[in-house]
Design a protein around this ligand. Sequence first.
Ligand code: HEM
Length: 128
Amino acid sequence: MIKTLVHAFYERVRIDPMLGPIFNREIRDWDEHLDKLCAFWSSVTLMTGRFKGTPMRVHIGLAEITPAHFARWLALFQATALKVCPAEAAQVFVDRAHRIGESLQLGIALHRGGGIPPLKQAPAGREV
Ligand code: HEM
């Protein structure tokens, strides 16, 4: 299922007007990238420990990446997951992708000097 999802997703990414140019410029060996991303999702969803990579460093290194790119990535990923996976499994992939996307975006913002976003105010009168 992971292989089907990863391959179907990047087929769409490669021809996407917003994401395609970045991926096609950065990735020289698509077979290697697809194997790496299968290992990534295997580690994330099945705890296999197969993925050995540094996603934060990779995404911080992409200077033009914006929240709009993440939104597009996640929309395509969700549409693909719902198409190729049973609903319950699709939900697991999509939830994880959102959480990882948030942490990557936070890392990028910190790296670019955005500071740490303010925490929500704690309700008054509560002891800490
Ligand atoms: C939740 C969102 C995302 C997830 C889970 C994700 C996941 C990953 C992972 C695991 C890798 C391999 C990292 C490594 O080699 O250590 C990777 C590579 C890459 N990602 Fe993402 N990514 C996300 C969003 C994006 C977005 C929005 C873009 C660009 C618009 C992007 C562009 C790339 C590129 C170009 C590479 C390959 C870099 C290289 O091999 O030189 N990613 N991504």
